[in-house]
Design a protein around this ligand. Sequence first.
Ligand code: SF4
Length: 447
Amino acid sequence: MSFFSYSFGCRVNEAEKEEIDCKMSLNGFRFDKNKPDIFIINSCSVTNKAEREARQLIYQTKKKLPEAKIVVTGCSATYWLKNNLYKDLPIDIIIDNVNKEYLVDLIKKRLNIENLASFHLGGGSGNFQNQNKFIDSGRLMVKIQDGCQRYCSFCIVPYLRGMPKSERIKSILSRISSYAKASEDKKNLGREVKEVIFTAINTEAFGYDTGETLIQLIQQTLTDSTVPRISFGSIHPWSINNEFINYYKNILPLKRLVNFFHVPIQSGSNKILNLMKRGYTREEMMEKLHKLHKINPLALIATDVIVGFLDETDKDFQDTYNFLKESPIDKFHVFRFSKRTKTAADYMEKRLNEPSVAEKTKRAAALIKLGKKKYFQFKQKNINRVSLTLFLQRSEEGFREALLDNQLPIWIADKGRSATSEVAETGKIKNVKIIEFKKGRLFGKIV
Ligand code: SF4
């Protein structure tokens, strides 16, 4: 029996999808992209649009694969179950976030599936690993935490994922080592774990329920595993405190924590941060980010920012613009505020003005332009240095894509294109010298 899975939304959803794929494979299901018997959708509900997209995929799948059983889980599924909104959809099984961890058992039970032949992680077209761009490059996403206690006014996540729940460090490490072991037997497939990407809904809440800390997680991964690269999908603003900054300074020489910090700030205006209920000020964030930057000016700091939030005036937007311009953040993901039903912002809208679509578009364009300029300049700063670099699967016109020690993409000539370079297999780590910056892309050679 075969399956296919698709994930919308955040890195946590993507990590969950990997886990689902892995568990389905271990339970004997075969991965089939083209004609699966079971089609699993891990939905997102962060905006009304995300929910619409999940509905569209359900209808499209039903039309394209009328025989396939459609299984829907994730945040939209949870929202639909809570509000009884799924009855008209052609869904065979709907599973909320609370029961997601039992997804495979629920599928087997509801579809009366028993005793599938055990299928090992390994080669073959029926293995999901061959279809996953992260795993194929030796990058393993691991969910370390779920849920959130913050209740930012624009966000539906705490209502759908519940209060914070963390994985224990021991079980995180055992997941890494069991995956590494399964992959070791298949070394020729280039799937050893070369980078573990920790993902969380809110890193601040990691360990609230287990008494452990993020620093302990990093430390124990450094001491108890041999994974060469450790990175985070996002590090949330509240996790960047003096203790974390000092710890980063201490472990920097080890060169194992990837120098990339995606810190979703959302706004640089104190008024808007307050309306969003983010619990920090622009001044506090600026100070912390400068401290990080001082330790390692070549660490890439990225952010998410929302423009056009309720009551955002030109002056408030200018505060955000100036904040981003003056801060050491060099990569922005810009979002236009869109109201999500059943969030605090949905109710606040009754007394606060929402900027017009034209204003939001104009503000987003200004930030995108600034972001492009800063990212361009940051890339330039990397020229002539040598970095440990992870080779990815993607290649284009004789060049292979790789990731520097700060997650910047770089292109290396494959064998035959350059006498000085050699082919490095996907999933390998090599020292690379960054030699050129052309048309927005960095190019390097193995040294
Ligand atoms: S920190 Fe805020 S934005 Fe992030 S999940 Fe929690 S409530 Fe949502």
